[in-house]
Design a protein around this ligand. Structure first.
Ligand SMILES: [Fe+2]
Length: 256
């Protein structure tokens, strides 16, 4: 993998500084009121979680309700999806990303933790390589195309084995309108493979959520740990998934 490709990949998960840079931009001259309401609700939800006013599971439930409660076509227009993703050509099996922005009418001030809005696009066979997260939440709404989508509960860390113990929770094809979420409490791991060219998700996420919740296995600076969840399940249905390098994960799960 070239340095450029590696850098591009990690920029997709860029840390605090970039995540703070969600600036208002008037993507539409006159945004529909209901979608302004949706965007404000998303911002308010993130503000509440960042301030510790709602539990992680509450965020997962509410972002699911919000993002499946609006018209996908209207959401595409509101977030300027077609323009932002038009130039993506997908030369590799890794995702390309672009960050939509909320209009100026939406109050995003004062959210205490870094957060992001992001489109992830892939060609057929492209993958969000399998990983778990430390101290983060995210949601993934399929905007276009379809993904084989696998999620995992993170049952325990196994530092002596350099692995995490996973419980598979979902293995299903999701098409446009389908959605998953993750947090430290539920379905912490995920792995998506595009089943059609120009498949996209729209993600909302917050990072650096907890200063007290610690893990034996340390994440990279993007709150990610790459794992190989393809081993055989034990008698309890649990998989000891070795922690692998980014390069190892790309070689196994996103080879060209
Ligand atoms: Fe993730």
């Amino acid at each position: 993998m070239t340095q450029l490709t590696r850098r591009t990949f990690f920029e997709a998960f860029a840390g605090a500084a970039a995540l703070h840079a969600i600036m208002a931009s008037g993507a539409l001259a006159s945004p529909p009121a209901d979608l302004n309401r949706w965007a404000q609700d998303v911002a308010d939800l993130n503000r509440a979680l960042a301030a510790g006013k709602i539990p992680l599971l509450g965020w997962q439930e509410q972002i699911t309700a919000l993002n499946t409660g609006v018209s996908l076509d209207a959401l595409r227009r509101y977030l300027d999806f077609d323009r932002l993703t038009a130039a993506m050509t997908f030369p590799t099996n890794l995702a390309e990303t672009k960050d939509p922005k909320f209009p100026q009418a939406v109050n995003i001030a004062g959210i205490e933790r870094p957060w992001f809005l992001r489109f992830f696009g892939m060609r057929k066979g492209g993958a969000i390589i399998p990983h778990v997260h430390n101290n983060m939440v995210s949601s993934h709404l399929v905007m276009q195309g379809a993904f084989r989508t696998r999620t995992f509960d993170r049952v325990a860390d196994l530092p002596a084995e350099n692995a995490v113990l996973l419980k598979p929770t979902l293995d299903q094809t999701l098409s446009a309108g389908g959605m998953i979420t993750m947090s430290d409490d539920r379905t912490n791991g995920h792995w998506l493979i595009a089943e059609a060219d120009r498949s996209f998700t729209f993600d909302v996420g917050l990072v650096n959520l907890s200063k007290t919740r610690t893990y034996a296995m340390q994440a990279n600076k993007y709150n990610m740990i790459f794992v190989d969840p393809t081993g055989k399940a034990d008698g309890r249905g649990l998989v000891a998934a070795p922690v692998i390098s980014f390069e190892g994960a790309v070689a196994k799960f996103a080879a060209q």
